[in-house]
Design a protein around this ligand. Structure first.
Ligand SMILES: O=P(O)(O)OC[C@H]1O[C@@H](O)[C@H](O)[C@@H](O)[C@@H]1O
Length: 298
């Protein structure tokens, strides 16, 4: 099977364009962020905004940003995570690494696809207001499926409080036509309804702005997209929580790098470790959060 890789510059960002057996993957070294993924002969599976800005120090809208060492608004995190930052009121949303330079550790072509690894070490790039030592590695494997694995090793001598997510933006034909399966009976926190706890009944369809944290989630979820005649499957390891987000009309107008009507063609399902599923990593412990993505024809 033919596999090629190309180092390209998009605006200020160094990126890798990988082609394998008709599939195409675009990854930025900044944030070790997958920007786009299109399986062979299909619509994109991972969505990238048409208004994406490729600037140093700014996360790109779309793809799969890595949220670490906290997810979302730090002030909404469990106490141990809030206390991990010296000035939580000034801490950026979604942690510290999504707009940092990561290091390319390896790019290997094999019979079953191509593997890219990126590393981030706080010993080399310390955060003044987050006094912990950790080593992060994101391994990306493009084969028949796209697989991501994020490992955190605690290099310090105290416990490391952590929440995190692989913030995947999926491409869909029309958010009003798709459904998410696998969440039936899961508890969720509706962040748009004063963070009240609710319970999912049946599959999830979308009729307005949605921003929910699902808890006790199963290993496999899927997006059913009848118009594009496909099901996107997601299988995770090391995650029992997932964030489901679509900004709908009003929030779309307030988002950066986002066209007013872009909400129609995207859906975030973010495999995570948040709230009850947040982590305390012992000294020298390593934790792995992983997700594999593929499609089936409907
Ligand atoms: O604009 P950002 O920082 O990339 O965040 C995008 C969205 O990310 C989601 O994970 C959150 O649940 C939303 O509340 C948020 O709006």
């Amino acid at each position: 099977m033919s596999t090629t890789n190309e180092r390209i510059q998009l605006g200020e960002l160094v990126c890798w364009r990988i082609r394998h057996a008709g599939a195409e993957l675009l990854v930025s070294e900044q944030g070790a962020q997958i920007l786009r993924y299109q399986p062979a002969g299909q619509q994109p599976l991972i969505w990238l905004s048409e208004q994406a800005a490729y600037q140093a120090g700014q996360s790109v809208r779309g793809g799969v940003p890595v949220c670490w060492p906290w997810f979302g608004d730090l002030q909404r995190n469990p106490e141990a995570i809030r206390d991990s930052h010296m000035r939580p009121e000034n801490a950026p949303a979604h942690g510290l690494v999504r707009n940092c330079a990561w290091q390319l550790l390896g790019l290997d072509t094999r019979e079953d696809g191509i593997r890219l690894s990126f590393g981030f070490d706080t010993a080399e790039q310390p955060f003044a207001e987050w006094p912990f030592a950790a080593e992060l590695q994101l391994d990306i494997h493009l084969g028949e499926r796209l697989s991501l694995s994020l490992s955190t090793r605690n290099l310090g001598d105290t416990q490391l409080p952590l929440s995190q997510a692989l913030h995947s933006y999926f491409a869909v034909s029309d958010i009003r036509q798709v459904q998410v399966e696998g969440l039936d009976a899961c508890r969720y926190i509706d962040t748009l309804e004063d963070w009240q706890a609710r319970q999912q009944r049946g599959s999830l369809a979308f009729t307005g702005e949605t921003d929910r944290i699902y808890l006790d989630t199963p290993a496999q979820l899927s997006i059913v997209d009848p118009q594009w005649k496909r099901r996107i499957l997601m299988r995770s390891e090391g995650s029992h929580s997932a964030v489901v987000w679509n900004p709908w009309t009003d929030k779309a107008r307030r988002l950066s790098q986002f066209a007013d009507d872009a909400w129609q063609g995207m859906l975030c399902i973010e495999h995570a470790n948040v709230l009850d599923d947040a982590l305390m990593l012992a000294p020298d412990a390593e934790y792995r959060l992983a997700v594999s993505l593929w499609t089936q024809t409907l």
